[in-house]
Design a protein around this ligand. Sequence first.
Ligand SMILES: Nc1nc2c(ncn2[C@@H]2O[C@H](COP(=O)(O)OP(=O)(O)O)[C@@H](O)[C@H]2O)c(=O)[nH]1
Ligand SMILES: [Mg+2]
Length: 436
Amino acid sequence: MNPSGDVNKVRIGLVGKPNVGKSTFFSAATLAKVDIANYPFCTIEPNVGVAFVSARLQCPCKDIRDKLEQEGRLEPTPPDDPRQGSLCEPRTGSCVGHMRLVPCFLVDIAGLVPGASEGRGRGNAFLADLANCNALIQVVDAAGSTDLEGNPQGLNQSPEIARARVIEEIEFLALELDAWIAGLLMDGWARGVRRVQAEGDKGLVSFIHERLTGLGATLQSVSLAHDAFRMEQPSLGSPWDWDGAVISSLAVHLRKALFPIHIAANKFDVAPEGVLEGVEANGCIVPCMADVELGLRRAAGAELIEYTPGLTTFSFSESNTLNDAQIKALAHMKERLETHNGTGVATMLDTVLFDELEHIVVYPVQDENRWTDGDGKVLPDAFVVPSGIQAKALAYKVHSDLGDGFIRGVDGRSRRVVGADHELQDGDVLKIHAKS
Ligand SMILES: Nc1nc2c(ncn2[C@@H]2O[C@H](COP(=O)(O)OP(=O)(O)O)[C@@H](O)[C@H]2O)c(=O)[nH]1
Ligand SMILES: [Mg+2]
């Protein structure tokens, strides 16, 4: 899959049949008391929002504070500090208690209906939306309370029925993607196999690659999928003779390589116990309660409670008096939060961004001593980038001029000079020197 829009931001798509809680998940995850003025195109596309995800490591402003305190230049954080010690000045997102929030785009992709691959519903527009994301989360109804079209089937399902529905949902999206990929391949198959005659398997792989570049296929991913397919079916003859069924099974391998689908097992608060036992996915599976997360974030926004997304509890604000209905609703949410170890919404995004996509957070600065930008702002930028990114590639993400003129980097902690191919680690602070 490949990114679009702001190439520096990860784009995560939410997909699933109707009525599973996609829009609820989207609203909860994108509801933040932060200015989104920096993301103009989010207001153009109503289904695109910014979700703030907590960096896994403490913000480097912790190092600054520790050093200043040691040198006696700064008093320890007072207990009533609203920023709980943070010293940085994030341009986007925020940082409290050295917990730095970094942005990623979230897209609410409606339109998964049976036959999407044949053009039903939003058809190709739907599939193109999927291909435009760096990662996909399929929201499923873990309670089994809806059928494939989203029609309510009642709560209190047995674990067996709910599990069967969840498996059916997961397979349903996979089948649509398989059919779509198979269709793209069959379209030019005759032309493709002619190249096999001339170039052998290599020709086939590059034909598939060309057909699927719009889906973010790389030569390497296609080649791996092709090898796995050949291993599974070693005695196939020439691609000339492959029928639709064979091409479809090749499409399955390609789909697995191109579209890992991470599962948000939503409505977990009303799901029967053990529903996810034995359920398999081509990605991670995280139990979620999107509506609880939405309720908590709204209550926190209204300053009724203090709640940090991702945590397993919250506290009531002292300053606000609650009416009986609010107390009852919040007590109910608190109980659900504590029995299920959090709502799963923040965990889901954290897992997809950092484990599945293997991204890290790095901090480019202009002054390697003070960790500031040209205006003296402390650690203004936190970039979410693929793990193993090299110094010069990061320079390009900051600004193309900085990449073109790259001379060297300086590691903010060790003050060591690093070259263009220096690989960055999570939490690194880097100064980039470039010809201007
Ligand atoms: N019990 C429960 N209901 C939920 C949860 N998340 C969403 N819902 C409800 O599911 C219904 C469908 O939600 P919506 O976000 O509109 O689904 P979409 O069609 O997939 O976008 C709404 O009535 C939500 O309140 C959840 O975690 N638990
Ligand atoms: Mg919706």
